[in-house]
Design a protein around this ligand. Structure first.
Ligand code: NAD
Length: 409
């Protein structure tokens, strides 16, 4: 299953439904630039290891390339291309003045010490320094990359250009120009989107259960918010397996356990389950918050949820998407559902560029209307074109991208 071919199928579907201009479509089928680098990392035992990394710059017609950086053993060019393309769509869905980009390094960061990780982050920054910059391309955290790693990137970049340049990356720690609220923004944004859909489609906390796959930055926050707002979160999983309790899990307790032990399994008064089982549990809302290709032709028939809130990027293959649509399952697409992350990155970038620091309340006061308006836009586009919410999000984004691309063609 190629994430990139899935992304391209999504593009073709929406382009056909809206009769997208042929040049714009061709432009969006290809990245503007692919940077592929081999770079050295100093290991603690004195050896040097060569790693392989990517920065794919999809489109900057609407503003600087923008998108996360992923450290993962399975990361390859196909994945980074898909994620980079999706960032172009996502930034246009929420109408922020950024284009799309993404980076990745093929590595298992869990096998590295902190000093090795720092060497990796700094060396990768040197390898891609020519193509990034506050007004060129602005990386951010993604899977396995933390605020600390973003600080190292910004610091290394500042040394290269000879001046502090915090706006070169977002998702930094607060001490190094990060924004209040960025750590929880993806989950928070997803919850605003869910609420906007819920206002329209009517889901009741009392009777709606939730299952969350992936319990990292994004998954923990969305689980915490559902729990906080009175929904019963009945199952959660991470890469080591999951836990289930029909009566609802104590999410704050589970977050503490995950921080202490690194896993969610073996939680008192709950049953251990596999990741596959989590996807097929009876529940109202299924929230994939881990990696791509989670809901596929192989398992989609067993999915019992009536809503899929895509906090992860690319969790549903086109075949699974079609099957869910046929069954009337509401899929709230990734390019809208997880766009709170990049939107708050934009707010962090704005603060860095203007030397301001906003409180969390000020940040979320700006985030919420953007997520509300974008959700409204997707809901009304779906009605106008009689298409799924994913196609609607793509159409909304493609209309905006088309204007920008044709202006500079
Ligand atoms: P993270 O590294 O903090 O967490 C990933 C989680 O997924 C971990 O708990 C890991 O154990 C779990 N996981 C990995 N493989 C799994 C599997 N097979 N089954 C179940 N769980 C598994 O990453 P994150 O930042 O939370 O990102 C998660 C997803 O959200 C990714 O698709 C990412 O692209 C997307 N996303 C993140 C942000 C952000 O701001 N962090 C923004 C937009 C989208």
């Amino acid at each position: 299953m190629s994430a990139f071919s899935n992304a391209m199928r999504q593009l073709e579907l929406a382009a056909t439904a809206m009769h997208l201009d042929a040049y714009t479509l061709e432009r969006l089928r290809h990245p503007q630039r692919i940077v592929e680098v081999d770079f050295p990392v100093k290991l603690d035992d004195g050896a040097t290891k060569l790693l392989h990394g990517y920065r794919v710059q999809w489109n900057d017609a609407r503003g600087p390339f923008k998108g996360g950086l992923r450290f993962h053993p399975q990361t390859d060019l196909d994945e980074v291309k898909a994620l980079s393309f999706w960032m172009s769509i996502k930034c246009a869905v929420v109408n922020i003045p950024f284009g799309g980009g993404k980076g990745g390094v093929t590595v298992n960061p869990k096998e590295l010490s902190k000093t090795e990780l720092e060497s990796l982050a700094r060396s990768f920054t040197r390898a891609i320094a020519d193509v990034i910059g506050p007004e060129k391309d602005v990386p951010a955290p993604d899977v396995n990359t933390t605020p600390q790693i973003m600080d190292w990137l910004a610091d290394e970049y500042g040394k290269i250009v000879g001046k502090p340049s915090p706006a070169v990356v977002t998702g930094k720690t607060l001490d190094h120009g990060g924004s209040e609220g960025r750590g929880t923004a993806t989950g928070q944004g997803a919850y605003y989107v869910f609420e906007a859909f819920s206002r329209k489609l009517g889901w009741d906390p009392e009777s709606t259960t939730v299952a969350v796959q992936g319990f990292g930055n994004a998954g923990q926050e969305i689980a915490r918010l559902f729990h906080h707002h009175g929904y019963k979160v009945v199952a959660v999983s991470d890469s080591q397996g999951g836990v289930h309790n029909e009566a609802g899990l104590d999410i704050p307790e589970l977050i503490k356990q995950k921080a202490q032990t690194g896993h969610v399994v073996r939680l008192p008064e709950s049953r251990d389950i596999t990741n596959e089982e989590l996807l097929t549990l009876p529940c109202g809302v299924l929230v994939p918050s881990a990696l791509e290709n989670t809901l596929t032709a192989q398992n989609v028939d067993q999915v019992k949820a009536s809503v899929v809130l895509e906090v992860a990027n690319g969790p549903t293959t086109p075949e699974a998407d079609l099957a869910l649509a046929k069954r009337g399952v509401t899929v709230i697409p990734d390019v809208l559902a997880n766009a709170g992350g990049v939107t708050t990155s934009f707010l962090e970038w704005q603060q860095n560029m203007t030397n301001e620091h906003w409180s969390e309340t000020q940040v979320f006061e700006r985030l919420k209307p953007i997520m509300d308006d974008s959700s409204e836009g997707v809901l009304s586009t779906a009605e106008k074109y009689a298409v799924t919410y994913r196609e609607a999000a793509f159409i909304l984004a493609l209309e905006r991208l088309d204007k920008a691309i044709r202006k500079i063609a």
